[in-house]
Write a protein that binds this ligand. Structure first.
Ligand SMILES: *Cc1c(COP(=O)(O)O)cnc(C)c1O
Length: 356
């Protein structure tokens, strides 16, 4: 079989998705499936939909266009602020985009007007993580101006925490978002259908909270795909954490010294390697590298230790020498997954539906 390859178990994705949709529904929260880490894979998006999802989101218009071409029956959200240079493509392919800048919303309005459409927006609110978001004190004026734009419909508000500074969702910031929704509705006489509380980092809060206030949506990617929450990367009860397996092939296997010799300077990545002398070791090279994945995010099978990687080579040690041609399976974290999905050298292989 081709290597390197990323094996993707769609049944496990479907199971994870259905489980979280059902658990969150009890507290009145819907799920938007986020596909950015899997390059807008239509197969994976379809697994989300088979589990009962009706709304998909991605940060990149190319991925959304890819899913549109597959004729998936779902509403699509662009969850990163639109680029001005992509406004027409976004209006043509996206139901709702997430926004924080009046200049961009104004162009979305012009483009929508030209093509006879209404474009939905969700306004992202800054609640402390300091990535995207309108400051709460500026929202009143912001909304007042948006309401004068003819082809724009404010569908809701949202926030994103824990992505940059690890700020955790809690009762305080979630109540603040609820209060903002109430304030905007009563002040402007509008209706906010979506109050999107956050991403996979919100699960502890949302699952443990029978009364989530106005929060009625989460945007989930990693938890559906890797089966964990993302504040502490704890596995979620009842979810599969082994949906993806990255398989790479052994191309060299030799007993070598663990200590390099010669005059030591920078390596290929500008790092100054510090080798610890452990005598002679069984060192193998696998044909996958930093161009294909984040080697620090790989979990090797028992008995194999990852020691290093260059662009095209993954260096491992084991007790016995690995046989040339052996294909070794690794588990992946979010970063390793995203890069593997993005590398054209990694074959994407959907594994059979037999295993549930
Ligand atoms: C990536 C992203 C998500 C999904 O995050 P996960 O941690 O994968 O659940 C949700 N919302 C926004 C705005 C994002 O950028």
């Amino acid at each position: 079989m081709k290597a390197p390859r990323l094996e993707i178990n769609l049944n496990k994705i479907e199971h994870n998705t259905k489980t979280l949709i059902d658990r969150l529904a009890i507290n009145g929260i819907s799920v938007t499936g986020i596909t950015k880490s899997v390059l807008g894979s239509a197969d994976i998006a379809e697994a989300f939909l088979n589990a009962g999802m009706t709304s998909l989101g991605d940060s990149r218009i190319e991925n959304i266009e890819n899913m549109r071409h597959a004729h998936l029956n779902a509403t699509m959200s662009l969850i990163r602020s639109p680029m001005l240079s992509q406004v027409d493509r976004i209006v043509a392919n996206v139901n709702t985009s997430f926004n924080t800048e009046l200049d961009i919303i104004s162009q979305l309005s012009k483009s929508s007007l030209k093509s006879g459409r209404i474009h939905g927006i969700v306004l992202m609110v800054e609640l402390g993580d300091l990535r995207e978001g309108i400051l709460p004190k500026d929202l009143h004026e912001f909304v007042r101006k948006v309401l004068r734009m003819p082809a724009i419909l404010i569908k809701g508000i949202g926030t994103n925490l824990a992505c940059r500074n690890g700020v955790s969702p809690d009762n305080k910031n979630m109540s603040e978002l609820s209060a903002i929704a109430d304030y905007l509705e009563s002040t402007f006489g509008i209706q906010l259908d979506i109050v999107s509380g956050g991403n996979s980092a919100n699960l502890d809060w949302a699952l443990g909270n029978k009364h989530p206030g106005r929060i009625n949506n989460l945007r989930l990617g990693e938890s559906l795909l890797l089966g964990c929450e993302t504040l502490h990367r704890r596995p979620i009860d009842g979810l599969h954490t082994d949906v993806f397996t990255l398989v790479a092939e052994v191309i060299e296997s030799k007993i070598k010294s663990s200590r390099p010799w010669g005059t030591i300077a920078q390596n290929a990545f500008g790092e100054l390697p510090l080798a610890i002398d452990q005598g002679s070791v069984a060192q193998s090279i696998l044909a996958i590298g930093r161009q294909d994945t984040d080697y620090l995010g790989l979990i090797a099978p028992k008995g194999i230790i990852i020691v290093d990687a260059s662009s095209d080579h993954l260096i491992v040690r084991s007790k016995e020498l690995l046989t040339i041609g052996t294909q070794i399976p690794f588990q992946v974290n979010y970063s390793a997954l995203t890069l593997a999905m993005t590398s054209p050298f990694v074959e994407k292989k959907i594994v059979s539906h037999a295993q549930l």
